[in-house]
Write a protein that binds this ligand. Structure first.
Ligand code: XUL
Ligand code: CO
Length: 439
């Protein structure tokens, strides 16, 4: 088949001063940052669903993109065309990883046997494409939210038959991820929540969700998959309320079901903002709980209250996120997956390049700024000094004491602590100046 990106060049680093719009200004994959190649720090991935699955439809209108593989039914030939186009984009962008849901890569099938066969065929082709194009799988996942059977949830469905269908999809998607050498396996519970409590048994649903996750972990060990299982939090949409609301909720859920050492989180920027948090808040919370895993990079719209999944374009926001990621020690199995889509009017193949180039350069420039902030040391020095009292005589004195004994020390010392400046404006100034100076 003809290459969907035939007229478009392979994107390479050309430096911040280039006028070439189809080039990277900041993403120089071999550049060493804090002793590590940029490509290895960021581990960028392109996702299948937004750029190749979605036809450009919204709730008010049908698809606008007219991609060749959307011209007719989603049969085996259309799915093969789509997969080939996806790998052609990965090559153009020269990014190391990709991500997919089972249904993104396969032909449509109606019954469970046909579904399994169509998926197996797609996985065989992905294995071939990965080898031919030298691309790797950051994570695989199963779509447990699109089909009408999942309208009331998958693992949290009131119907055990739906739970079992979901088990079949996840078993196959997990085994496929293992076979393809995937670094992680993601579970995003888009329908694992409720529309109304009037028809919902929350206790049973949470227990079923906990059991499902335990079964996935058990199977991962049975087949010898060494990647990380990741939960992707989101507070709502499509459900009114999603159980995996945010990182803190997931951390408590994992502890409740004894899975806190087995499962980490995949944090999405736009999901953080929907939950009323900053992106960096979610990363810092995950790191503090020992469950930081991977990132879905995108942005929301400050005026819209939904998941607009736009490509990231704020270096400042990403710098704050990258500072937390670097402080957490960086990625192990995780990476930056662009869970982002071009706007519905951006109908051309070149728009997919512009979207990814903009996102890649935003994150790359933020990495340089974050690394400069770490090397500069003033933020970390201020933080260390701010908590130094805990390592001083009084901090050590109360460390092992009970409440009454601590209270008695306060009285004995006649304590009268005074407020100290948190220097927020100074610290924000350091961040702004560092971003401005980054080359
Ligand atoms: C939906 C979302 C998903 C997950 C994978 O908001 O982020 O695409 O990343 O199922
Ligand atoms: Co996502």
């Amino acid at each position: 088949m003809s290459d969907y990106f035939a007229d478009l060049p392979r994107i390479a680093y050309a430096g911040p001063d280039t006028r070439d719009e189809l080039a990277y200004r900041w993403y120089d994959k071999d550049r060493l940052v804090l002793g590590k190649r940029m490509e290895d720090h960021l581990r960028f991935a392109v996702c299948f669903w937004h750029s190749f699955g979605w036809p450009g439809s919204d709730v008010f209108g049908t698809g606008t993109f007219r991609r060749p593989w959307h011209a007719g039914a989603n049969d085996a030939a259309a799915a093969a065309t789509k997969r080939a186009a996806a790998f052609a984009l990965f090559d153009r962008l020269d990014l190391p990883f990709y991500c997919f849901h089972d249904v993104d890569v396969m032909a449509e099938a109606s019954d469970i046997g046909g579904f399994r066969r169509a998926f197996a065929e797609a996985v065989g082709d992905l294995e071939r494409l990965q080898a031919a194009h030298g691309r790797r799988l950051l994570w695989g996942t199963a779509n447990l939210f699109g089909h009408p059977r999942y309208a009331a949830g998958a693992a949290t469905s009131p119907d055990p038959e739906v739970f079992a269908w979901a088990a079949s999809q996840v078993r196959d998607a997990l085994e496929a991820t293992h076979r393809l050498g995937g670094a992680n396996y993601v579970l995003w519970g888009g329908r694992e929540g409720y529309e109304t409590l009037l028809n919902t048994d929350v206790r049973r649903e949470l227990d079923n969700l906990g059991r499902f996750l335990s079964l996935v972990v058990e199977h991962k060990h049975r087949i010898g998959f060494t990647g990380t299982i990741l939960i992707e939090p989101k507070p709502m949409e499509p459900t009114k309320h999603q159980y995996d609301f945010d990182v803190a909720t997931v951390a408590a859920f994992l502890q409740r079901y004894g899975l806190e050492r087995e499962v980490k989180v995949n944090i999405e920027a736009n999901h953080a903002t929907l939950a009323g948090h900053t992106f960096e808040h979610e990363i810092a919370t995950a790191a503090a709980s020992g469950i930081f895993g991977s990132i879905d990079a995108n942005r929301g719209d400050p005026q819209n209250g939904w998941d607009t999944d736009q490509f990231p374009n704020s270096v400042e926001e990403l710098t704050l996120a990258l500072v937390e990621i670097l402080r957490a020690g960086g990625f192990t199995t995780g990476g930056f997956n662009f869970d982002a889509k071009v706007r519905r009017q951006s109908v051309d193949a070149v728009d997919l390049l512009h979207g990814h180039i903009g996102g890649v350069d935003t994150v790359a420039r933020a990495l340089l700024a974050a690394a400069a902030l770490i090397e500069d040391g003033r933020l970390d020095a201020f933080k260390a000094e701010r908590y130094a009292g805990w390592d001083g005589p009084f901090g050590r004195e109360i460390a092992g004491l009970d409440l009454a004994a601590i209270a008695q020390r306060a009285v004995d010392h006649g304590l009268a602590p005074q407020p100290r400046s948190g220097r927020q404006e100074r610290l924000e100034g350091i961040v702004a100046a560092t971003i401005a100076g980054v080359r």
